[in-house]
Design a binder for this molecule. Sequence first.
Ligand code: BGC
Length: 349
Amino acid sequence: MKAITVEPKKSGSAQLENVSEPDFRSGSVLVEAIAVGVCGTDVEIATGKYGWAPPGERRLVLGHESLGRVLEPGPSSGLKKGDLVVGIVRRPDPVPCPNCAVGEWDMCRNGQYTERGIKQIHGFMSERWRIEPEYAVKIDPTLGILGVLLEPTTVVTKAWEHALAVGRRAFWEPRIALVTGAGPIGLLAALLGIQHGFEVHVLDRTQSGLKPELVRALGATYHSSRVADVGFAPDIILECTGAGEVISDAISSIAASGIVCLTGVGHGGFLPTIPMADIASSTVLKNNVVIGSVNANKRHWYKAAEALARADRSWLTRLITGRECPEDFTKALGRGSQHIKVVIQFADI
Ligand code: BGC
């Protein structure tokens, strides 16, 4: 079968190749791939900055934003042939650490977790894949291709949950949320902010086009200024760019008692000009919290599926701005800034 694979840590090594059918040991449920979303992490892996092949192998099947159709449900999954499913990305570490032991693998303490398409387990960019029944999330069939947005929605579901949980440390009535970055993660974070009842602002360097339109269609406000120039102090900033300069601005601009939640995994770039002790003083004097948030556990997958089901389908549809066939995967990986979410489509829905 065809699969898009990469040699991790080797830039430009991605290729479409023939690989063996998925190993039965990777799960009793056999799934036909419909679509796989491409995100910044895939680009980081394809450019040699991130990613790990399975032990003893040189190449990794890419892809962690899946959508597929069950071909063989296996003996105990409760799934039926034809059900639409999305695969959970992370697997608990084998030790396991206390967090993995209680199913909070997103909070793994020892770093020995594995992730499909990212860290030591093959991903979903192959014509067929197998999955353990407990890691296959059945989605509302009426979502159709929009199910491919579930994985990025889980990431922001966790980010929101954690930011709000931190806020409960004291009396706090947050009202204004700023999302930095109007890519898929930022837009989905904005969607959830609206669902949580916030006044939502989204900031991105793009000045016109689909991003501002999608933000306004949510009932949120769009800014193309710097964070420091938006004209208010946000109670929550969900940082979805991973860009050093924006992160630095976010930490300096947050309201007293406010929370900055970082979701981007960037590398290099900007060197801060503000001395660390000054950043710390401002954080102390304003009781701020800066948290990082990565991945998602089953609770977030459940909540994310509910959030997607509640969202306006026509708005979600506009997030998918490009569909490429597997042969054209390089176009999907090289997606331009005019795109929101590009998916590689393996089969018709
Ligand atoms: C994925 C997460 C993953 C993270 C770090 C993100 O792109 O959505 O599931 O945990 O990368 O590897």
